[in-house]
Design a protein around this ligand. Structure first.
Ligand code: IVH
Length: 701
């Protein structure tokens, strides 16, 4: 179209356009918008401002509204969504988005079922009472939560860390499978499910990307994740994303008594639900379903990485609750890992955050289950001896889900004559310090402590990792480089980086914007929750669950710190209190004490204490409970629930559960045949209640 005529037309009010003019202008707009899309997305060089671009789209929409019959097949309004966003806002999930514990074989499934039967009293006491489980494929995509208010899609979020995700509402609106409005649903309905890409869509999409010189993805899952997390929803709109619904978040009213029924409701409301599902009555049925699906796996058209089993009764699900981040009522049975053969070029020794020397196989790159693998773990010294792995060998490697690929075995008849047995070093390859292996330990460790760069760098890397301080934009490479240059020698230095802003900006690969983003990300984390803080310290054996436990028991940073220093003395009350926490034994206590005994660690802690605001632990969803913050002890046999269920319930309501009665006990719950604890409680004046009173107390909470 002639640009002059085009401009003249564009000045005309939409109301006065003739049909012929409208048709001509829609054609011109389609071409023009497509041209700007290309410049913007693919060449990263937009020729017009966002405002001008939006004006084009608005005009297109206005003409289409007046002449709906003229809407073109390639209309920009069909392909694209809202305007580019600045970044993603954070969304706090009303109910956490949990992950799943894994099972790898039939024995794991048996243990899963047996554990549930032990937990729920009516199942424990009556082996004939059936436990029905729904089985469904585990879709290999990424999970999202869709929030509907009065039937309208108002928010869509990624899982994020399970507590807080990213607001990708505009992007999810552009996923065809996601209903934008639904009828007959509760006023508040949160539907959770998996966004994925089919294999054929993925192949075609990657071909297009390759042809245009754009990023090619390793597998459909990565492509789906990359597509959903686009800052510009118009890009998402052009990617072939799909959705399966399988779970819920907040609901203003219950919608079903069983999971199976819930999936039926979802389907009635118009959500896509995976048709391959079954109700199983026992482990035999579960295994049979897994075999059936494993057989169909190659022809499904999309990737699945296992089968998810969920307790069907929702009231049971609620009672079973969750441990750490996974529900007790569900489990994922993973398919056996995929394997491939390749050459092992070299064995490299990596030094971990705790000084452990880990052998890593450097491989000739090979594709395993859709992913290119060039490194695999060899675990430890003994493993190399046991498998007799040598440099130059041909080996079988396997990959299961997101875990690090492993070397399974050596293909003996392909061994070159020159291959020599591997000699494990007795000195740290990073700092040259002696590396020792203690009696009964599988691991050899560097003794260099904080003079060893690998340990310092690893500690900082752990410190900033997602479940710890979660500082975006500070990858492993950056940490190592900053350490090398003396910018960050301890975690506390992170919070002094702002003083080096100029120096940072002049570093290779760092622009003003990326430095500003990094400093902003660090500043946000200057206030941190106690449990994350404890986890971030990287104390041996103190993972996320233990960190959370400690935070819950000690409440504030000062409390915790003082108690841990005092607990170094095994005769102290502090030590007794620490080891009395259910889940913390003498071995963990010893590692914590060792951490605090090291003067350097205490210096770092003091330094951090001054720089940070460490916020007290806030028990989730337990603020109003009558037992929040209380220490509860159970004794005797409980009639209506198992000890595990009672303990889980108490913890969910914000209480701490201790194993024995002391002056710190707030409440003793006495079941049948209680022994010495009741007497001790009476002596100390601790409040004692019966099981029935306990039930009233927690059901009102
Ligand atoms: S249920 C509390 N069902 O697996 C229950 N998850 O490892 C939470 N997934 O984050 C999830 N297919 O991304 C469930 N049919 C299915 C699933 C499924 C795939 C993913 C989901 C979740 C992860 C957990």
């Amino acid at each position: 179209m002639n640009p002059l005529a085009d401009r003249a037309l564009r000045d005309k009010s939409v109301d006065t356009l003739s049909e012929a003019e409208a048709e001509a202008e829609l054609a011109a707009l389609a071409a023009e918008i497509a041209h700007h899309d290309r410049l913007y997305y693919q060449e990263d060089s937009p020729a017009i401002s966002d405002a001008d671009y939006d004006a084009l789209r608005r005009r297109n929409a206005a003409i289409e509204e007046r002449f709906p019959a003229l809407i073109r097949a390639d209309s920009p309004s069909k392909k694209v969504g809202a305007a580019p966003a600045e970044g993603f806002a954070k969304v706090r999930h009303r109910r956490p988005m949990l992950s799943l514990a894994n099972a790898f074989d039939e024995a794991d499934l048996r243990e899963f079922v047996a554990g549930i039967r032990r937990f729920l009293k009516e199942l424990r006491d009556d082996p004939d009472q059936p436990l029905e489980v729904v089985a469904e494929p585990k879709i290999d995509g990424l999970s999202v939560s869709l929030r509907y208010e009065d039937g309208r899609l108002v928010q869509g979020a990624t899982r994020g860390d399970g507590t807080t995700g990213e607001d990708v509402t505009a992007n999810l609106r552009n996923v065809g499978d996601v209903p934008k409005a639904v009828k007959g649903v509760p006023a508040v309905l949160e539907v959770r499910g998996e966004v994925y890409m089919t294999r054929s869509d993925f192949a075609a999409f990657n071909d297009r990307q390759r042809a245009e010189g754009l990023k090619v993805f390793a597998n459909p899952r990565n492509a789906a994740a990359g597509s959903l997390r686009q800052l510009d929803p118009r890009i998402t709109a052009m990617r072939p994303l799909r959705f399966f619904a399988y779970s819920w978040g907040e609901l203003s009213e219950p919608v079903a008594a069983t999971h199976y029924e819930f999936l039926g409701r979802l389907q009635d409301w118009g959500f896509p639900v995976n048709p391959l599902l079954a109700r199983c009555r026992d482990v035999g049925g579960m295994i049979a379903f897994q075999r059936e699906i494993a057989g169909k796996r190659p022809s499904l058209g999309y990737d699945i990485d296992g089968i998810v089993f969920k307790v069907d009764r929702i009231d049971w699900q609620e009672r079973l609750g969750a441990v750490s981040r996974a529900p007790r009522w569900a489990i994922a049975l993973k398919f056996p890992p995929e394997q491939a053969e390749t050459r092992l070029n070299r064995i490299r020794i990596q030094v971990g955050r705790t000084g452990a020397l880990t052998p890593v196989a450097e491989l000739e790159a090979v594709t395993v289950g859709g992913v290119v693998v060039s490194r695999a773990t060899l675990h430890n010294e003994d493993e190399i001896v046991r498998k007799d792995v040598r440099e130059g060998d041909t080996v079988v490697v396997q990959r299961a889900g997101d875990v690090i690929p492993q070397v399974v075995r050596v293909v003996q008849d392909k061994r070159p004559d020159s291959a020599q047995p591997f000699r494990f070093p007795d000195h740290c390859p990073e700092c040259g310090s002696l590396a020792v292996r203690e009696e009964g330990e599988a691991v050899r460790r560097c003794t260099g402590g904080l003079i060893c760069p690998a340990q310092a760098v690893e500690r900082i890397r752990h410190f900033v990792s997602r479940d710890a301080f979660d500082i975006e934009g500070l990858g492993e490479r950056h940490v190592a480089a900053f350490w090398q240059d003396g910018l960050i020698r301890s975690p506390a230095d992170l919070f002094r980086l702002a003083a080096h802003a100029e120096a940072l900006r002049s570093r290779e690969g760092w622009g003003a914007k990326s430095v500003d983003n990094l400093l902003a990300a660090i500043e946000v984390r200057q206030s941190i929750a106690l449990d994350r803080f404890i986890y971030a310290l990287g104390i041996r054996q103190v993972g996320q669950a233990t960190a959370r436990l400690l935070a819950r028991v000690y409440g504030t940073y000062d409390n915790w710190r003082q108690a841990m220093i005092a607990a170094a003395d095994e005769q102290s009350d502090a030590y007794r209190e620490l080891t009395n926490i259910d889940g913390i034994g003498p071995a963990v206590a010893a590692d914590i004490a060792r951490f605090f005994a090291e003067p350097h660690n205490r210096e770092v802690l003091d330094d951090l204490g001054h720089l940070l605001e460490i916020t007290p632990y806030e028990a989730p969803a337990a603020r109003d409970s009558p037992i929040a913050g209380k220490t509860v002890v159970f004794t005797g046999t409980l009639e209506s629930m198992t000890r595990s269920e009672a303990k889980a319930r108490a913890e969910a309501l914000g209480a701490k559960v201790a194993g024995s009665v002391s002056r710190k006990t707030d409440l003793l719950v006495v079941g049948a045949d209680a022994g010495s604890k009741a007497a001790k409680a009476a002596e100390l004046g601790v409040t004692t209640i019966t099981e029935a009173e306990w039930r009233d107390l927690v059901s009102s909470g």
